[in-house]
Design a protein around this ligand. Structure first.
Ligand code: AMP
Ligand code: GLY
Length: 438
């Protein structure tokens, strides 16, 4: 009997629990999460509500339970060294050690690493430390159009881009100098194009890639409103997005492969777990926006339901370094994932409001930022629940997801446009214009 510990309690972790629950391996799933996610709780033998970010505490749970393998969902425990702590108590993890998880949590280190090893997809950038106000102003003037990024983790909400959250160059300078008081800041050229997420299982050396997905960061329809953790996402049948070509895909894969090889060379530590590459296809080719050391949320909800290979076999191969000899397959279907979020999200979300989940039809339902009390489901203020439609075509998948989400009642909102033909066409037209101008 294999004992599996899942760390984390969001939609991504519910999708992981779902993938574990489909495994043919005899197993028991345990979960450690900071709030009771009813979806995860329903899939495990036992769950514990505790601080999932405390690395030593997670390791104590793992040791007491005698687990064979831990799967780490979110980034904060990785940043806090949970994989290293688990290794000290003899537990293998699906997740990278702290030393290499910094590919996600230290954007300044990652950019310098990419530069040093000549890894493809690097935008123009410079890193600034507190006190370098004059230098940062000069560099923003030099680039003219920039993205301003705090070096550390910000839950996808600290990055601000000119023309979006920053009105003009003066606003960019003000924001950069404000951030510089407390953090190292990365200034990058403002990349224009279409974003692509590529996620891969990694065993220290080999990578097995999931189909490409596109997330929607903006809160409101038509890509308006503030940035969020992600309002929903889709993939097309096959591994490409509708506006991508094979060449883009090969380049993205090569960049991820180089990162895995070079990070071992640089740190001596093999990267094991999930590597998430966020790319942008521009007029001048593919560029890297960032790497994450975990599945995306919502992107995990697209790819894990498509996984045909037994997920626990994949986890074993990740920790044993045998991914190269495992045939990792995804079914050739499209998915659309839509998040229902509290009204007012992300700035003033309604918290502790009760919601009712009706019949979601053919959609899969994943719980995220909710908790259950006395049989009633309440919002926490974060993204609440997601539905996923899975079908032969994007068109059908979108309808399934949309029908599912309309059965969820409460002070919630979602983006009906995600996965709709009009929005997909807009993306393709945008990419065509960019490619024509290069
Ligand atoms: P991140 O937290 O790095 O994922 O950034 C959040 C969002 O900011 C991304 O999804 C992009 O939409 C945008 N972004 C980040 N870096 C850049 C860049 N160099 N140029 C344009 N947009 C960017
Ligand atoms: N969906 C974006 C992320 O997980 O970082």
């Amino acid at each position: 009997m294999k004992k599996v510990l899942l760390v984390g309690g969001g939609g991504r972790e519910h999708a992981i629990a779902y993938a574990v629950s489909k495994s043919k391996q005899e197993h028991e799933l345990y979960s450690l999460m900071s709030k009771k996610n009813p979806g995860i709780a329903g899939l495990c033998k036992e769950y514990f509500i505790d601080d999932e970010n405390n690395a030593n505490q997670v390791a104590r749970y793992a040791k007491t339970l005698g687990v064979d393998i831990a799967i780490i969902g979110p980034e904060t425990p990785l940043q806090n060294g949970v994989v290293d702590a688990l290794e000290r108590v003899g537990v293998s993890s699906v997740g990278p050690k702290q030393e290499v998880a910094k590919l996600e949590f230290d954007k300044a280190w990652t950019r310098k690493f990419m530069q040093e090893y000549n890894i493809g997809g690097l935008p123009e950038f410079k890193v600034f430390s507190p006190g370098e106000d004059e230098e940062i102003r000069n560099y923003i003037n030099e680039l003219g159009d920039v993205a301003v990024k705090p070096a550390g983790l910000t839950g996808g909400k600290g990055v601000k881009v000119m023309g979006d959250q920053l009105q003009d160059i003066d606003a960019a300078k003000l924001y950069a100098i404000e951030l510089l008081k407390n953090d190292v800041v990365v200034i990058e050229e403002n990349l224009k194009g279409e974003e692509v997420t590529l996620q891969a299982f990694v065993d220290g050396k080999n990578l097995a890639y999931a189909p490409c997905v596109q997330d929607h960061k903006r809160a409101d329809e038509g890509d308006l409103g503030p940035n969020t953790g992600g309002m929903g996402s889709y993939n097309d049948a096959g591994h490409l997005l509708p506006f991508m070509n094979e060449e883009d895909y090969e380049e993205a894969k090569q960049i991820m492969k180089d990162v895995v090889a070079r990070v071992k060379e640089e740190t001596g530590v093999g990267y094991r777990g999930i590597l998430y590459g966020q790319f942008i296809l521009t007029a001048n080719g593919i560029r890297v926006i960032e790497f994450n050391a975990r599945f995306g949320d919502p992107e995990a909800m697209n790819v894990l339901p498509l996984l045909e290979t037994d997920f626990l076999d994949v986890c074993d191969a990740i920790v044993n370094g045998t991914l190269g000899s495992l045939d990792v397959r995804f079914s050739n279907k499209a998915t659309v994932c839509k998040y229902a979020v509290p009204e007012g999200y992300p700035e003033n979300p309604i918290k502790d409001a009760s919601i009712q989940i009706g019949d979601v039809g053919d959609a899969l339902l994943f719980y995220s930022g909710v908790y259950k009390k006395g049989g009633v489901v309440y919002t926490t203020g974060s993204r609440a629940v997601a539905t996923v439609g899975l079908a032969d075509t994007l068109f059908e998948a979108e309808q399934i997801a949309e029908e599912g989400i309309s059965s969820i009642i409460g002070p919630l909102k979602h983006r009906p446009d995600i996965g709709k033909p009009e929005l997909i066409q807009k993306r393709a037209d945008h990419m065509n214009v960019l490619r024509r101008t290069c």
